[in-house]
Design a protein around this ligand. Structure first.
Ligand SMILES: Nc1nc2c(ncn2[C@@H]2O[C@H](COP(=O)(O)OP(=O)(O)O)[C@@H](O)[C@H]2O)c(=O)[nH]1
Ligand SMILES: [Mg+2]
Length: 196
């Protein structure tokens, strides 16, 4: 993207539209990592060290390397082309933070739902919430090292996605694949009826 303005500081003057995008998903699926990979501003994270009490309710066995759990939101920003800026908001996945992400999805153009192939079932709650709130979404499988590689058709079926819901694979640590997932979501949202 050619711009006279440094995108890490300012939004380019060519920008004519902004969109709020929610990066959603269950605990430990890679939301904070994803926002950090794509954001052109230092991502804002509100993290709190996992406590003994949280260890009882969060599923930590599959993410032993994870030492913090998000209690607030992740925030990032990314230009797409010259004219569009995405504002990314990561939502905490734990059910007890549902009140927070019900607030966060207000005004969102759409959501990218990250799923962990090792626990597809953990995503049903988030998908249901987005459907109830009528927030359009795409899904990206965050392909963790050593996790099973399911054919996308199987993931589509396991998550009971609608036929038109975009589904892709990414590595939340790797910018290019995250961008591909974001672009796929944005193109999908652009094809849907324009919102007021
Ligand atoms: N191997 C691998 N690890 C990842 C990937 N994405 C995230 N992680 C790690 O998984 C843990 C959970 O990620 P995090 O972004 O904090 O998840 P969140 O709870 O959804 O925000 C962290 O230790 C990440 O470094 C990935 O694509 N591959
Ligand atoms: Mg997080």
């Amino acid at each position: 993207m050619a711009s006279a303005v440094t995108p890490d500081r300012f939004v380019a003057p060519t920008v004519t539209a902004t969109a709020k995008i929610v990066v959603a998903g269950a605990f430990g699926v890679g939301k904070t990592t994803f926002v950090g990979s794509v954001s052109e501003v230092p991502p804002v994270h509100m993290e709190e060290t996992i406590t003994q009490a949280s260890a009882l309710v969060d599923e930590l066995d599959r993410t032993p390397e994870k030492t913090t759990t998000t209690i607030g939101v992740d925030f990032g920003r990314k230009h797409l082309g010259d004219d569009l800026v995405l504002y990314l908001f990561g939502t905490p996945g734990q059910a007890r933070f549902r009140f927070l992400w019900e607030e966060l999805i207000v005004g969102a153009l759409g959501a990218l739902v990250l799923v962990d192939p090792r626990d597809l079932d953990a995503s049903h709650g988030i998908l249901t919430l987005l459907e109830e709130a009528e927030v359009a979404y795409a899904v990206a499988v965050n392909q963790f090292d050593g996790a099973p590689r399911y054919p996308l058709a199987e993931v589509h079926e396991a998550l009971a996605l609608d036929g038109h819901t975009p589904l892709t694979v990414c590595d939340a640590r790797e910018r290019a694949s995250c961008m591909q997932a974001l672009i796929q979501l944005t193109e999908y949202l652009a094809r849907l009826e324009p919102r007021p």
